[in-house]
Design a binder for this molecule. Structure first.
Ligand SMILES: Cc1ncc(COP(=O)(O)O)c(C=O)c1O
Length: 396
């Protein structure tokens, strides 16, 4: 069975994490992996999560299965977080999933099993795991233009032109906010245009929302999904609580389907559960129960809003500071875009050689395509990073 198994290639980001761990230099800086770290460089557990875990510990009476679709209270909480508290529920169904990754897989399995002639479209570039997660039933995967490496903004004209050629068999994966890896996002007006293109061409919108609240705030970051919900007949959304609740390892996500009407939504819901049953049977409970406790207690919910707001404000502050310092140090505006990007990451658009030089000469680790984790920055390391970037990229 195992004798002739080929060794799979190492995941690039996990490979860099290993390299970082093994790097003996004390001043090394990790700006690779997508986790939020505080001012001390620690990824701590939110106070609200700790408090909810304590309540869970005190009150949970059973560890029996939660059911294929997960905890209805969690699914309802997620629906309110993503679509808004008063959004009508008739056409939407939610299935708790093991992380955003699990939700992405559930939805693509549903599409692959029932409409295998679909084509999946990803942005150029996208989160590297998208292609692997969505590679179901031999559905071909294509790429639509997204990032303009010169301006470090969305190449909206090219994106629109590509989307206008789509049809009903095309499934377009859209990052709802905080695009990973680039940090460049559509404006609300641009989302309006894309929603209209979805209506005109009947492409199927498939949202990935892994960073809601990490861009500006929970509501601003949900603009895209909510606009589409108001505009299109059908869509799917995969969400994650890994980042905004900081419960990465608890594997908490939710898969939504929005159908033309309640009857079709019910069938899609049953089919999603059939998919889940055939992959992992039942989702894990702990993290989802924590989310549900926080959301359903007004005091805890407010505390979570405050904690999330502090995280986002810190990331925005780091962006601004880095952009300003680079502006002064390079005597140019070529890194100003960092302040305009949103979410955990920014694609710096520097060369592979410069990325390698950052690592080898300065012990600063960013991903090979020049994606930098803003959330891994610290104020006390800012000047070191700025000097290293100027060193490897030169002044103007
Ligand atoms: C764009 C994107 N989608 C989905 C995910 C999946 O998140 P999870 O850890 O909840 O599976 C991530 C995680 O990094 C991501 O960056």
């Amino acid at each position: 069975m195992f004798a002739n198994l080929p060794v799979p290639p190492e995941d690039k980001i996990l490979g860099l994490m290993r390299q970082f761990r093994e790097d003996p230099r004390e001043h090394k800086i990790d700006l690779c992996v997508g986790v939020y770290a505080n001012e001390k460089g620690e990824t701590i557990i939110l106070d609200t999560v700790k408090e909810a875990e304590q309540r869970l510990y005190d009150t949970q009476k059973t560890k029996t299965y939660v059911g294929i679709a997960g905890d209805p209270a969690f699914n309802q909480a997620m629906q309110q977080i993503v679509f808004g508290e008063d959004y009508p529920t008739e056409r939407i169904r939610a299935v708790q999933a093991p992380g955003g990754s699990g939700a992405l897989r559930l939805i693509s399995e549903l599409i692959g099993r029932h409409k295998p002639d679909s084509r999946i479209w990803l942005s150029t570039p996208t989160w590297p795991n998208h292609a692997a997660l969505l590679n179901v039933a031999g559905m071909p995967i294509g790429y639509y233009p997204y990032f303009d490496y010169d301006t470090k903004t969305v190449d909206f004209e090219a994106m629109k032109a590509a989307l206008k050629t789509m049809g009903p068999q095309d499934v377009v994966v859209l990052h709802g906010c905080c695009h990973n890896p680039t940090g460049a996002n559509l404006s609300n007006e641009q989302w309006d245009e894309v929603a209209q293109i979805a209506v005109d061409t009947s492409f199927f919108p498939f949202f990935d929302v892994a960073y809601q609240g990490f861009g500006d705030d929970l509501v601003t970051d949900a603009y895209s999904v909510r606009k589409f919900a108001d505009t299109v007949e059908e869509m799917a959304v995969a969400t994650s609580c890994s980042k905004n609740f900081g419960i990465y390892r608890d594997r908490v996500g939710c898969a939504f389907v929005m159908a033309k009407n309640a009857a079709e939504a019910d069938v899609a819901f049953k089919q999603l559960q059939t998919v889940a049953r055939s992959i992992y049977s039942m989702p894990p409970d702990h993290g989802a129960a924590v989310v549900s406790i926080i959301w359903n207690d007004p005091e805890l919910r407010q505390k979570w809003y405050d904690e999330l707001e502090a995280i986002t404000a810190r990331m925005l502050g780091l962006r601004k500071m880095l952009a300003e310092k680079l502006h002064v140090a390079t005597g140019s505006d070529r890194f100003d875009f960092i302040a305009d990007h949103r979410g955990m990451f920014s694609m710096l658009g520097i060369t592979t050689e410069q990325v390698v030089a950052l690592r080898e000469k300065h012990a600063i680790y960013i991903v090979g395509d020049s994606r930098m984790n803003i959330a891994g920055l610290r104020i006390d390391l800012m000047d070191t990073l700025v000097n290293a970037l100027v060193d490897v990229t030169g002044k103007e």
